[in-house]
Ligand binder design. Structure first.
Ligand code: HEC
Length: 132
């Protein structure tokens, strides 16, 4: 084996190892990444419009469902999460337990708590996961 071939061989091993590590590391990083409050708010706005606004109004003013502004349920992060999990006993407000992921519920909660006349703090997916 000449010196040149050895160097080429080692170079190839290096590339394979680097690619292998890249593949192994990427999904782990994605799974652990916690979205920031601004990202959750943005995602939650779209979810609110598609999932909640028909009943609660585009600006939370209420329609078939009650007004969202100054709701004591919205003010309490656990209560708003549970509200989305189970809806209301009378079935008038739907359940989103199966339909929405932890991140989607966190995002929707972040939006209704931070907009529509409210100024409560964000809700992160780990809080939702803890209540599931
Ligand atoms: C099909 C119509 C409908 C949809 C869709 C809906 N809701 Fe409701 N929601 C209601 C009704 C009706 C009530 C009141 C039920 C009751 O008091 O018995 C309610 C109650 C609530 C309350 C409690 C308000 C309070 O102060 O008591 C919250 C918070 C809430 N909904 C949030 C949401 C969110 C967030 C979404 C979307 C993920 C959503 N709802 C989707 C109809 C709806």
């Amino acid at each position: 084996m000449s010196g040149g071939v050895v160097v080429q061989f080692l170079g190839a091993v290096g590339v394979v190892v680097a690619v292998g590590l890249g593949c192994a590391a990427a999904p782990v990083q994605l799974a652990q990444a916690t979205p920031d409050a601004a990202t959750l708010f943005r995602e939650g706005q779209a979810l609110y419009v598609s999932r909640c606004a028909t009943c609660h109004g585009l600006h939370g003013e209420g329609d078939y469902g009650p007004r969202i502004e100054a709701s004591t349920v919205v003010a309490d992060s656990q209560q708003i999460i549970m509200q989305m999990f189970v809806g209301t006993e009378d079935g008038m407000s739907p359940q989103f337990y199966r339909e929405l992921s932890d991140r989607e519920i966190a995002a929707t909660a972040t939006f209704v708590r931070g907009a529509l006349g409210n100024s409560f703090g964000p809700v992160f997916p780990n809080e939702v996961a803890g209540l599931r």
